[in-house]
Design a binder for this molecule. Structure first.
Ligand SMILES: Nc1ncnc2c1ncn2[C@@H]1O[C@H](COP(=O)(O)OP(=O)(O)O)[C@@H](O)[C@H]1O
Ligand SMILES: [Mg+2]
Length: 492
């Protein structure tokens, strides 16, 4: 349902306090004005700069006094009609006890003469006194039809607007933008390329997402061929995401949790997944959701979740969740991060949008237990240190990438991760030294963090799927395999 439809329902049902959360107030105002005209409701707006306006005309002497504005609504009341007063950015004035009192009285009295107070603001910040008196509506981001409409409005020649699958790509790129951002993106594209193309839109979206501060769009060329091994994980995700859905009832993939010692390719996997399945990859920075003002964190969380939903189908990566939600057990910050975490978890459970979430973690002891339960995800995967043949394919990738002679003697790579093989190749190329020499500068995680690797393996055993081979990860089998690797003559 659109904002107008929902608003229409609430007004007809005589909800006299309505809070509209919108980042595009002009647009929301236009929608409101149309609704009022259609329904023959009286509309007045107030903001600090322009004072009170009825039907677009300023009311003399109405001024910038917010209290006077609230009281003025009664003058608008029509004997047998409905009157709506829109207070723009009124969250700014709700620190005053007088104003809160005036609003709460008005909202109650409004039931008698059908006068309705609508607060239009970019955030939802209701003081406790008003919580029960207001319903909150979200001004949703534009959907594909609305975006098409906007694109039609911007393109003046038919040749400027793509059609069919090309239009779909433009709409994919524009999903998640506000109306104004979409307009800007389409215009920029027209100026640059003479027609609306996905590229310019993607570029603007990347910037727009950066401004939200918590979501970043990852763009790269890497796909699964840039990752050695991990074959079970690769095929699981591809299958889950590329399988055609059979009807409404067939489940949507939700996501996976990846667990491994650092450097085993969790982050790299997630970034490559997008290209592999043709979805954009959004990186959610949970830390930046935390705001210093009351209500800010919740607000940012909701906004981020909304953008994620609007960008569907997409892949969302939450890297190192155990750090991201470190404060989630409610210590220290008056429960803000635990509320954020709660909001996030319920979204993870309930979202119906086609968003595939990949969470990564290096440390189970700090992982909130809610994540360890597999029903939130389609699967939990453990990425163990790569085995012999996986290491071979990783060596192959990086020897080629850094143009290193393939026949060169290899250093001993017992217990190395992909990151360490890469580092060794990179150093060898950078310093122009043999691999064996470069290897002296490589300190494997499995050595520096032996204990936590051990803990991870124990935890994952019997609980996680193996990223390397089909089926459950079993600790014993893998350690036996490791012992074999150590004796493998080709590894030294
Ligand atoms: N299996 C692998 N194949 C190719 N590169 C790998 C592999 N594992 C790790 N790497 C490389 O090592 C570096 C660190 O990996 P990363 O994905 O950040 O690890 P993690 O997120 O598990 O700590 C990246 O540049 C990545 O490309
Ligand atoms: Mg990582």
């Amino acid at each position: 349902m659109t904002l107008t439809e929902r608003l229409g329902e609430y007004v007809r049902a005589c909800f006299t306090g309505i809070w509209i959360e919108s980042h595009e107030q002009q647009d929301a105002l236009v929608a409101l004005a149309q609704l009022c005209q259609q329904e023959d409701w009286r509309l007045a707006t107030w903001n600090i700069e322009q004072g009170l306006r009825v039907a677009g005309a300023e009311i003399d002497g109405s001024g910038s006094d917010p209290l006077a504005a609230i009281r003025s609504v009664n003058a608008l009341a029509a004997p047998d009609g409905t009157a709506i007063l829109v207070l723009q950015n009124f969250h700014r004035f709700l620190q005053s006890a007088e104003i809160v009192q005036a609003i709460s009285q008005q909202v109650i009295a409004g039931k008698q003469n059908r006068t309705i107070v609508v607060v239009l603001a970019p955030v939802v910040q209701l003081p406790v006194e008003l919580e029960k008196l207001f319903v909150v509506l979200e001004h949703e981001l534009p959907d594909r039809d609305q975006l098409t409409e906007i694109a039609r409005g911007i393109a003046t020649e038919p040749s400027e607007l793509p059609e069919g699958p090309d239009l779909d790509r433009v709409l994919d790129a524009a999903a998640g933008l506000t109306r104004m951002e979409a307009e800007n993106a389409f215009s920029l594209s027209l100026v640059r390329q003479g027609r609306i193309t996905p590229d310019a839109v993607w570029e603007l979206k990347t910037q727009a997402l950066k401004q939200t501060g918590s979501l970043e769009l990852h763009r790269s060329q890497a796909d699964f061929s840039s990752l050695g091994g991990l074959s079970a994980l690769k095929s699981f995700c591809k299958r889950a995401l590329l399988q055609p859905r059979r009807g409404q009832r067939s489940p949507r993939p939700r996501g996976v949790l990846l667990l491994s010692p650092p450097g085993c390719g969790k982050s790299a996997f997630c970034k490559a997944l997008g290209n592999e399945v043709g979805r954009p990859v959004l990186i959610l920075d949970v830390g930046s959701l935390l705001g210093s003002l009351v209500g800010q964190s919740e607000e940012r969380t909701r906004q981020a979740l909304r953008v994620m939903d609007a960008m569907a189908p997409c892949v969302v990566m939450i890297d190192e969740v155990e750090k991201a939600f470190a404060g989630a057990n409610g210590s220290g910050d008056s429960g803000v991060s635990s509320r954020m975490f709660g909001a996030f978890l319920s979204w993870l459970n309930d979202h119906t949008s086609d968003v595939f979430v990949v969470c990564t973690a290096n440390d189970v002891s700090r992982l909130p237990p809610e994540f360890g339960r597999s029903e939130r995800f389609d699967a939990l995967f453990f990425l163990d240190l790569p085995d012999r043949s996986e290491k071979e394919s990783i060596w192959t990738i990086y020897l080629e990438e850094y143009a290193i002679d393939r026949d060169q003697r290899r250093p001993t790579d017992t217990d190395w991760t992909g990151a360490e093989i890469k580092a060794c190749c990179r150093l060898a190329a950078l310093l122009d030294v043999p691999l064996v020499q470069a290897a002296q500068n490589v300190v494997p995680v499995a050595v520096t963090a032996a204990e936590s690797v051990d803990r991870l393996r124990t935890w994952a055993s019997g609980r996680c799927l193996s990223a390397q081979q089909p089926g459950l990860y079993q600790r014993t089998a893998s350690s036996k395999a490791r012992r074999r690797v150590t004796r493998d003559p080709s590894s030294n």
